[in-house]
Design a protein around this ligand. Structure first.
Ligand code: BES
Ligand code: ZN
Length: 871
């Protein structure tokens, strides 16, 4: 049997629903195996739909117990009910009520979509189409209703009962049972529905909004872990305050609840008034969470909270508009993190992640526009392109129109679309309205897949003190003169020997921005008194690949002299990347010397930035720079050799830095950005020292591990040791596992570190890890820690020449697919760049994809990824 290519849903085929649902009354009796959902839907024909059409409600794996129309039982031939849908053949022409009773088994729900149990806690995940696994419904985001939810459960099993909106009543329901009624006055699509029932501990606090509303904010976690919920709660309060100051957006309910669960397909979910989180993005203590974990918690709490306006109050008309809420909300959470931490450091981190995930996606078979035009399985479109490139589009818009007009446009967007299900066109219309601009050319960013290439050259005329910059843009794969150009904001400046040339002027540059809206352009600077180095795409002003031929010396001038921190960092990255792709000892030495001068002059004034400058481009980035014939082993060797070289040349400086930073490290752990920056530079220094001298590195890392008082230093040391084969490594790993045996989130780190070891023996190690008593296929975090870290974080072993790495991932996908297709399909995306590998590896990857494709009954999620990847 062969899996069919799944059918496509197309944007151009959008039409409004024939019926609308104004109110939903739910009475849900929680039971481990037989949960009853008694739903009453207030329906009416949609004036924008087809009059007299039959009613079709979506379902997925449902069992209908009973149905009534306007209070009366229905004749058997008046309706059809299957696990995947409910049809009412001749609905009334006026408003009517439909009462549907369904029964589901939350314990058997391994897909973690709909209502399921995690560690005994009942919880829900309804985006994108999980509500149909709870009751029959018009499960589409443009059908918005007001929900009232009565939840009833055994008091001992589920003392805490949470729903969307405000709590209106609670009490006992017989001897052992109790109930709570939640009402959410804001109309919402079904994907924002949520409930939670279980034994949970909580921390809470009050926040008063700019409108004077008193809000109770709480974070619910596994009992006994309340002391790890404080940071998340604080992040909630900071997010609420920030959205008021930065965007004028107040919260709109009396309660805001966050619940942490341990089995979750994604990171977190913005259900109205009841955000549900993967506990990895809530729980934090210095002993169990790294600085990176704290930063991620802050960002994700903010992201889900910000959805309350960008996503919930204004939602999406259909799933093609996903970037409308996700790209915009990523932009908002990025701005929040930039305000909470160091803006340049955060910007660099964003761009690194964009290049690591989105650029390869956009260059491979899974590429798609930020607003896709067709999909087979929407869960496969929560991608780096929709999220991160989507956020870059919003950022470019702000760059083009300026911060004040941007804020005015956002106000206009919220005002015009509040309570509505909107489109990308509605978003752009708000900015067109406040600026009077035509944004139709800019809108091409939403439609055009692929990363544009921007080629730039410079000519300098000393006699005329004149400098000419020529730009050409092109989109790979979309050749031909008739592709209309994109609108690319190019933030730029000219840098002289002693710093930016402030006297240079160009009529085409305003506020440091040149807007390239043609295929080619030439701009001229006057008053250029010395030959400058152009600093282009400052702050990464557009998601493009820049081709600008500079010498190492010119780039090192940018590192030392540019006023734009992003381009200073970029200059060092560019030199390092070339040295990885074309090793050259003399140039490597000059690079090391330049880094040394940089470290001497400013490492201690901005340690976080210095740590980023020391971090070489990843192996993935080096692979992405090559269009074909990628040999991951060669890249790994070249990158490792460069690290070793830097470690040797810079050793005395790195040791001095380490000592200076150690002295500042006496105080108690604090997750703030400045303290985290010092730790990151110290650990980056040790990492390079170890690369240059593994023996010293191993003993220093073992020492740091032994003395560590927080997870950041402990894990950094373990990560360094993990790269140095030998007894010390194995002992350190064993000791770590023993110490954290009862800490699932820490064990995940232990699994992940080992899965990423770039050695042939890792395959056997992973076989042992999969046999470890703590390994389970039912917990997504655990599967991702082992197999995800291997597939996405171990390029040499995943793409082993013998194909064994591909097999390992394919076997996991095959074993997981029917139980949890969403997580299986995500793992499969690791094959996305297979065609760029050298021939023999690519052939092995292709074989493996065909093997997966042939699996009988393969899920739609995985079948879609495989078909497009092979495509
Ligand atoms: N709405 C999503 C969660 C989601 C994703 C639900 C896919 C259903 C399918 C949520 O707002 C989100 O984007 N979460 C991200 C984290 C965020 C900080 C980018 C996630 O879960 O990875
Ligand atoms: Zn989101």
């Amino acid at each position: 049997m062969r899996t069919e290519t799944p059918p496509l849903i197309r944007l151009e085929e959008y039409r409004p629903s024939d019926y609308l649902i104004d109110r939903v009354d739910l009475d849900i009796r929680l039971d481990p195996h037989a949960t009853r959902i008694d739903a009453t839907l207030a329906l009416r024909p949609n004036p924008a739909g087809r009059a007299g059409a039959p009613l079709h409600l979506d379902g997925d794996d449902l069992r209908l117990v009973s149905v009534a129309l306007d209070g009366a039982a229905l004749a058997a031939d008046a309706y059809t009910a299957t696990p995947s849908g409910f049809g009412l053949h001749a609905p009334p022409g006026q408003p009517f009520s439909l009462r549907l009773v369904t029964e589901i088994d939350p314990t058997a729900n391994t897909k973690l979509m709909g209502l399921y149990r995690s560690n005994g806690v009942y919880c829900t995940q309804c985006e994108a189409d999980g509500f149909r696994r709870i009751t029959y419904f018009l499960d589409r985001p443009d059908v918005m209703a007001v929900y009232t939810t009565r939840i009833e459960a055994d008091r001992a099993e589920a003392p805490v009962l949470l729903g969307n909106g405000n709590l209106v009543e609670s009490g006992s329901a017989g001897t052992d049972r109790h109930f709570a009624i939640w009402h959410d006055p804001h109309p919402k699509p079904a994907y924002l529905f949520a409930l939670v029932g279980g034994r949970l501990g909580q921390v809470e606090t009050r926040f008063t909004t700019m409108e004077g509303r008193a809000v109770t904010c709480a974070v619910y976690v596994e009992p006994g872990k309340e002391d790890r919920a404080g940071y998340a709660l604080d992040a909630v309060i900071r997010s609420m305050r920030w959205d008021e100051t930065a965007f004028g957006r107040p919260y709109d309910l009396d309660a805001f609840n966050v619940v942490a669960v341990s089995d979750f397909n994604m990171g977190a979910m913005e259900n109205k008034g009841l955000n549900i989180f993967n506990d990895k993005y809530v729980l934090a203590s210095p002993e169990t969470a790294t600085d990176g974990d704290y930063a991620a918690i802050e960002a994700i709490i903010a992201h889900e909270y910000f959805h309350n306006w960008s996503g919930n109050r204004v939602t999406c008309r259909d799933w093609f508009q996903l970037c409308l809420k996700e790209g915009l909300t990523v932009f908002r959470d990025q701005e929040f993190s930039s305000d909470m931490r160091s803006r340049p450091v955060h910007r660099i981190a964003e761009v690194r992640s964009l290049r690591a995930r989105q650029f390869p996606e956009d260059a491979g078979p899974l590429r798609h526009p930020v607003r896709p035009r067709a999909y087979a399985e929407i869960n496969n479109f929560y991608t780096a392109t929709v999220y991160d490139k989507g956020a870059e589009i919003v950022r470019m818009l702000r760059t083009l129109i300026g911060a004040d007009a941007f804020r005015a446009g956002m106000d206009r967007y919220f005002a015009d679309n509040d309570g509505r299900a909107a489109t990308v066109e509605d978003f752009l219309a708000a900015f067109a309205a406040v600026t009077g601009r035509d944004l139709s050319a800019f809108a091409r960013w939403y439609e055009r897949p692929g990363t544009p290439r921007l080629t730039a050259t410079m000519a300098y005329d000393p006699a005329a003190s004149r400098c000419t910059l020529r730009f050409t843009q092109s989109l790979p794969g979309e050749g031909g003169r008739d592709t209309p150009p994109l609108v690319i904001p190019v933030a730029l400046g000219l840098v002289g020997a002693a710093g930016p040339l402030s006297g240079a002027t160009c009529p085409d540059v305003r506020d440091g921005i040149f807007v390239l809206d043609r295929a080619e352009a030439e701009i001229v600077f006057d008053g250029v008194t010395e030959e400058p180095v152009p600093s282009l795409m400052r702050d990464f002003s557009a998601p493009v690949r820049l081709d600008l031929a500079l010498t190492d010396a010119q780039r090192m001038r940018l590192l030392a002299q540019d006023s734009d921190p992003f381009n200073r960092w970029q200059a060092a990255q560019d030199v390092a990347l070339r040295l990885i792709l074309e090793p050259d000892p003399a140039r490597a030495y000059a690079f090391a010397e330049a880094l040394g001068r940089f470290l001497d002059s400013e490492a201690l004034s901005d340690p976080a930035f210095a740590a980023l400058v020391l971090a070489l481009p990843s192996e993935g980035e080096a692979a992405d720079a090559l269009l074909s014939d990628v040999d991951p082993d060669a890249i790994h060797r070249a990158r490792f050799a460069l690290r070793a070289h830097l470690g040797q040349v810079l050793r005395p400086r790195l040791e001095r830095l380490d000592a200076a930073l150690a002295a500042a490290d006496d105080a108690a752990y604090s997750p703030d950005a400045a303290s985290a920056g010092r730790r990151s530079l110290r650990n980056a220094a040790l990492d390079l020292i170890a690369a240059g001298d593994p023996e010293t590195g191993a003993s220093r890392a073992a020492d740091r591990l032994a003395r560590a008082t927080n997870m950041t230093d402990r894990l950094a040391a373990l990560g360094i040791l993990a790269l140095i084969p030998g007894q010390a490594r194995e002992e350190a790993l064993a000791g770590f596992a023993e110490r954290f045996a009862d800490e699932p989130l820490v064990l995940d780190k232990w699994f992940a570190i080992q899965a990423q070891i770039p050695e042939p023996g890792t395959l056997d190690r992973i076989a042992r890890l999969k046999a470890h008593p703590a390994f389970t296929m039912t917990n997504p975090n655990r599967v991702r820690a082992v197999v995800g870290s291997f597939a996405f974080g171990n390029p040499t072993q995943f793409a082993r020449a013998d194909g064994a790495g591909f097999s390992l991932v394919a076997d996991t996908v095959a074993a997981l697919d029917s139980a949890n297709p969403q997580v299986a399909a995500r793992l499969l995306t690791a094959f996305g760049s297979w065609r760029r590998l050298e021939k023999s590896r690519a052939a092995k990857a292709g074989e493996m994809l065909n093997r997966i494709k042939a699996i009988p009954g393969l899920s739609r999620d995985s079948a879609d990824i495989v078909a497009r990847t092979l495509g």
